[in-house]
Design a protein around this ligand. Structure first.
Ligand code: NAP
Length: 486
């Protein structure tokens, strides 16, 4: 299968005019496609096109804008298999899961097409009779969207659908490792939306990415990626007082209390740790299990882990594909080695899988302590470190002891423990007995080093609008406090 190599700028599909780079298939380690970067001139053309298109796009009636978004959804529905295949080549994730993500993308365009029709403002109490104070949502203008490689489609639509629905135009930059699905989607945007409403650029984060962030035609930045890069972009945005919406890394804990069913918890925790080879921002990356069920839980989690089918992403029975790159796999293997040197024990997996591609065995570590790197820093790979605790106070203190604040899972039947998790864990999402679920109707995002944004839900419509106040004096008589010449 061959993939297009084009950008979408001002309604035209054309190749990048910058240097060539390869997109490597993580399941084989071979080059899948060669694409061209955008030049800085093309970036400037893209942001200028978005700027020009925005007044007309925001002036469409809401039903007109909604119809356009439904048309995008209809076309994605028709082209869905091509999009899912592009995703499979660029991420190595099983095709069966990528089909689900195409379905979610269709749903999200439809959901924001409809939700935005009901987006209202409010009337604030006015200072005096004869006046109205209207608080109205207004789009920011042009939104620069920067997307990571782990979920190139979903993390694009989480931003683009609500941003467009509220009258913004966008310029999207995918991760350099995963530009293919966006290139397929660009064809859909080109035929369903007015010129300039969606534009795409491709190229390295340091050049094209930072160029997009600092471009004066861009009014707001929506970024998903690492905490390190997010902090830098936050500073760049602050220098020009540009709003930034940052979705960053995580180190999500899971607490398995003694009232949990160890079999159910083991399966859930394994799913939350190994989905997408652990390359999920909300992966469970550290597990605290009550000492009374620790051994049984560990046995069960090892048995689930050893039964996971890792392999060819095109095989419909595969559950987990490869890691995205050799460099990332090496980093994860290094973290396992460091944990073992510090006293941890590998009880499942622990190594790369021989053969082509960047496959790695899902790994369970026992005998870890809270100070090890695998319990403190984001691993972003298929590693599940387990340690025991003896009291609720200890479990909550350990779970909260992190600079991150994306999500947390608890396994319990006790409402008081759930209430305590909600109150004490400073995270965006608490999952109870069912981890890593995205409910499209609920907000998603993190706190502290995990960022400040909220995507999904009605909250995303608020994220891409700013409140504009119209103070309207209907009584045209002079006011006593106005300046009047003597
Ligand atoms: P990344 O290196 O921060 O890159 C993310 C995006 O930003 C890519 O498009 C990248 O382009 C671009 N970029 C890199 N450096 C840049 C710079 N100096 N200026 C402007 N743009 C720049 O992150 P990643 O490795 O792709 O993604 C993994 C990280 O994302 C993990 O930490 C994960 O937890 C986090 N994540 C968070 C969420 C969430 O919702 N909170 C969801 C998914 C992933 P290039 O590809 O060209 O470098």
């Amino acid at each position: 299968m061959s993939f297009p190599d084009h950008l979408l700028i001002d309604g035209d599909l054309g190749a990048g005019e910058g240097s060539e780079f390869n997109v490597v298939d993580p399941a084989t380690g071979e080059t899948r496609s060669t694409v061209h970067s955008s030049t800085e001139i093309q970036l400037a053309q893209a942001t200028a096109a978005a700027r020009r298109a925005q007044p007309e796009w925001r002036s469409l009636s809401q039903p007109e804008r909604s119809r356009a978004l439904h048309e995008v959804a209809d076309r994605i529905r028709v082209e869905g298999e091509r999009v899912a295949e592009a995703l499979t080549y660029e991420t190595g994730r099983p095709l069966t899961r990528n089909r689900l993500y195409v379905d979610m993308t269709v749903d999200l365009f439809r959901m924001y097409a409809e939700l935005s029709r009901a987006l209202g403002g409010r009337v604030a109490p006015s200072n005096d009779p004869g006046q109205l104070s209207l608080i109205l949502p207004a789009p920011y203008g042009v939104v620069g969207c920067l997307i990571p490689w782990n979920y190139p489609l979903l993390l694009m639509v989480f931003k683009v659908a609500p941003a467009l629905a509220t009258g913004n135009t966008v310029v999207i930059k995918p991760a350099s490792e995963t530009p293919l699905s966006l290139m397929v989607l660009s064809e859909i945007f080109a035929t369903t939306l007015p010129s300039g409403v969606v534009n795409t650029v491709v190229g390295s984060g340091q050049t094209i990415g930072e160029g997009l962030v600092t471009d004066t035609n861009v009014d707001m930045i929506a970024f998903t990626g690492s905490t390190e890069v997010g902090r830098r972009l936050g500073v760049l945005c602050a220098e020009s007082t540009k709003p930034s919406h940052l979705e960053l890394g995580g180190k999500d804990p899971a607490i398995v209390f003694e009232d949990a069913d160890p079999t159910v918890a083991a399966e859930a925790v394994a799913w939350a740790s190994f989905l997408n080879a652990g390359q999920v921002c909300t992966s469970t990356e550290r597990v605290y299990v009550h000492e009374s069920i620790h051994d049984r839980f560990l046995d069960e989690v090892v048995s689930v882990t050893e039964s996971i089918r890792v392999g060819d992403p095109w095989d419909e029975s595969t559950q987990v594909g490869p890691m995205r790159s050799e460099g990332r796999r090496r980093k994860v293997l290094g973290e396992i080695e460091a944990a073992v040197s510090a006293g941890a024990e590998v009880v499942a997996g622990g190594s790369a899988i021989e053969g082509p591609g960047f496959f790695m065995a899902p790994t369970v570590l026992a005998g870890v302590d809270h100070e090890m790197g695998v319990m403190r820093e984001e691993t972003f790979g298929p590693v599940l470190p387990v340690m025991s605790f003896s009291s609720d106070d200890e479990a909550f203190a350990l779970a909260a002891d992190t600079p991150y604040g994306l999500g947390a899972s608890v396994y319990t039947e006790s409402p008081t423990r759930v209430e305590r998790a909600y109150r004490e864990l400073n995270v965006g999402t608490v999952w109870v007995n069912d981890p890593v679920v995205d409910n499209l109707a609920a907000p998603f995002g993190g706190n502290r080093s995990s960022g400040d944004a909220r995507e999904l839900g009605v909250e995303a419509l608020e994220s891409f609008t700013t409140a504009r106040h119209v103070h309207w004096n209907l009584a045209l008589d002079p006011k006593p406090w106005w300046f009047r010449p003597e």
